[in-house]
Design a protein around this ligand. Structure first.
Ligand SMILES: *Cc1c(COP(=O)(O)O)cnc(C)c1O
Length: 249
């Protein structure tokens, strides 16, 4: 009972902070309503249910087995939940992820080969013949070797590949995780600025409209800041569900 209340209270506070951040944005962003993805990794299905009952629809997970377990949970499988996969995806796990009930989006496509594998496999899993799977391309803006995501320089070519060759995928936007622990006392987060710049370059190179390319950036410590810089999709975990054991960064 305690946990249930906390999740609902936290969720309400996060949504309020999102509205306030929206109000602080420059007028060019005024029509964007950022999507809140509640990141439930390491948390039980009961926490997801509490958030759902408090009105939350989009949830994110970054481990394949955990996503399958929660999405298939008898209390959750019947709900109108939109699951986002936000973890590193290995090609040998593609079928497992695509089989997830209510899979809404994969935010972490980072190679041509992975895009093609998901594209081919989606034909077997989609519920309707013409339905495309939403995907984002993950970009390694912080250039840290241990981070996944495609290099900034390759993003445009990868997106071109998705648009031209992956007919079963819908390219929705670009995503970054960014360096941990950045202090915005030092100015705007360079990873967020970098993602914004990537979008500009990509749109110019591929001749697509900026409004058609979402930005997935911002987590518990910096989602308000990310929204001020134009984020359309924030991925918030601990601020809603409470702290996790430290290991899973
Ligand atoms: C865990 C995780 C989040 C959420 O992190 P919090 O700091 O708990 O908000 C967001 N995005 C990705 C890719 C994650 O792995």
């Amino acid at each position: 009972m305690k946990i249930m209340m906390d999740v609902a209270v936290n969720l309400k506070a996060v949504k309020e902070k999102i509205s306030q951040a929206c109000a602080r944005r420059s007028p060019e962003f005024k029509n964007i309503i950022p999507r809140l993805v509640a990141v439930s990794k390491t948390k039980p299905a009961s926490s997801v249910l509490s958030a759902y009952e408090a009105g939350q629809k989009h949830f994110g997970e970054n481990y394949v087995n955990e996503l399958i377990e929660k999405a298939s949970h008898p209390e959750l499988i019947t709900k109108d939940i939109h699951w986002h996969f936000i973890g590193h995806l290995q090609r040998n796990k593609v079928n497992k992820v695509l089989a997830v009930p209510n899979l809404y989006m994969i935010e972490t496509i980072d190679t041509d080969k992975l895009a093609s594998a998901v594209d081919t496999a989606w034909q077997k899993f989609r519920k309707e013949d013409s339905s495309k799977l939403n995907i984002m391309v993950q970009i390694n803006t912080s250039k840290e070797e241990e981070k996944s995501g495609c290099d900034i320089e390759h993003a445009s070519a990868l997106i071109k590949h998705v648009i031209e060759n992956c007919k079963n995928l819908k390219f929705v936007g670009i995503m970054t995780i960014g360096a941990y622990g950045y202090d915005i006392a030092n100015g705007p987060n360079p990873d967020f600025l970098s993602l914004v710049k990537c979008r500009e370059d990509i749109c110019k190179e591929l001749n697509i409209n900026k409004d058609e390319v979402e930005l997935s950036m911002g987590m518990s410590t910096d989602y308000e800041h990310a929204i001020e810089l134009g984020s359309t999709n924030v991925r918030v975990g601990s601020a809603i569900f409470g702290k996790r054991p430290p290991k899973d960064n």
